[in-house]
Design a binder for this molecule. Structure first.
Ligand code: PEP
Ligand code: MN
Length: 338
């Protein structure tokens, strides 16, 4: 259920309704909008009797939410969510460029990459310190040492840090160093991790599971929002299909559907989506054309020497060329890369 307030409703009127919702044992979510404030209600097992709110002032209308995902849906919040950073934003006019290696491997590697992607125009640096790997014998990441190196790279370049939290235990440590906490595809339905991220103070980048439907992605995001963290960025990163020549099948159609059904920003990761470095630039361009709010690209100083995901990582030169092209495409779709 959504309570849509009158445009001139006072803070006091809003707070009184929130109090009533809590008294009923449910959770109120105040959602500011351009025209009016709305109050989403979660935690109710079934429909709520509107009579509970009959004598409250300031209410314009009470709207039942038809979708299973509530806070994530455009029904509840028609305007796009924009996540603001001091010097960047995700979900507004600006296209977010997140670039960097799959994993932080060394001080030299991450600093060199940070400087290169910054020069090319990226505002966010990615790099895993805790790596979820298919094999326990593969490089697992530098862990806290990797996080420290990312913080050093931020210090040096001003780039914001996007890095993965692999489990509930290490989430607080990741939260301390990261500007955006990434939840990986394999963890999309790790409900304890989603709930913990919902209590975190930093925005969350939630990747679509390689087996997950769009509705399941929305429901996973709902776990985070329902805990009070409304700063969620969805990420399409390819799904498993019968195709074997590509690592995954990048579902750009999903971007257009997500945009229709949800107010949350959506970015695309063509690197994991295709798994082939040469195919990454054309897919990144297609993603922006399809309406994505940003792209996340794996960039490595020497892709052939990368400790993880080398075959899908592009070098600095390709990234520079790609950025020039993305800037042109952004203009065509009325967006910008600054
Ligand atoms: C990553 O971004 O490095 C990663 C592990 O991606 P995914 O969770 O999408 O496989
Ligand atoms: Mn990777």
């Amino acid at each position: 259920m959504l309570i849509s307030m009158k445009p001139n409703a006072t803070t006091e009127e809003i707070e009184k309704i929130c109090e009533k919702i809590r008294e009923l044992g449910f959770t109120p979510h105040v959602i500011p909008g351009a025209q009016r404030v709305a109050i989403g209600i979660t935690g109710n097992p079934g429909p709520i009797d509107p009579q509970h709110f009959a004598h409250f002032t300031g209410i314009a209308e009470m709207i039942p939410v038809s979708k299973p995902y509530k806070l994530v849906s455009r029904e509840v919040k028609p305007e796009d969510t924009v996540i603001h950073f001091e010097n960047a934003s995700i979900g507004g006019e600006e296209i977010a460029i997140i670039a960097g290696p799959c994993a932080v491997e060394s001080r030299e590697q991450i600093l060199e990459t940070a400087c290169a992607v910054k020069e090319a125009g990226a505002k966010f640096l990615r790099g895993g310190a805790f790596k979820p790997r298919t094999s326990p014998y593969s490089f697992q990441g530098l862990k806290e040492e990797g996080l420290k190196l990312l913080a050093e790279a931020r210090e040096k370049t001003g780039l914001y840090i996007v890095t993965e939290a692999k489990d509930v235990q290490t989430l607080p440590m990741v939260e301390e160093y990261a500007d955006i906490i990434q939840i990986g595809a394999r963890n999309m339905q790790n409900f304890s991790l989603l709930e913990a991220a919902g209590k975190a103070s930093k925005p969350v980048l939630l990747k679509r599971g390689m087996w997950a439907t769009i509705t399941e992605l929305f429901m996973a995001a709902e776990y985070i929002l329902s805990q009070g963290n409304y700063k969620v960025i969805l990420c399409e990163r390819g799904i498993r299909t019968f195709e074997t020549l590509t690592r995954n099948t990048l579902d750009l159609g999903a971007v257009t559907v997500i945009k229709q059904l949800s107010h949350l920003p959506v970015i695309v990761d063509p690197s994991h989506g295709i798994g082939i470095a040469a195919s990454v630039p054309p897919l990144a361009k297609a993603a922006i054309s399809a309406g994505a709010d940003g792209v996340m690209i794996e960039v490595h100083p020497q892709p052939s020497k990368a400790l993880s995901d080398g075959p899908q990582s592009i070098g600095f030169q390709s990234f520079f060329t790609l950025m020039k092209e993305l800037k042109k495409i952004a203009r065509v779709v009325n967006r910008k890369i600054t």
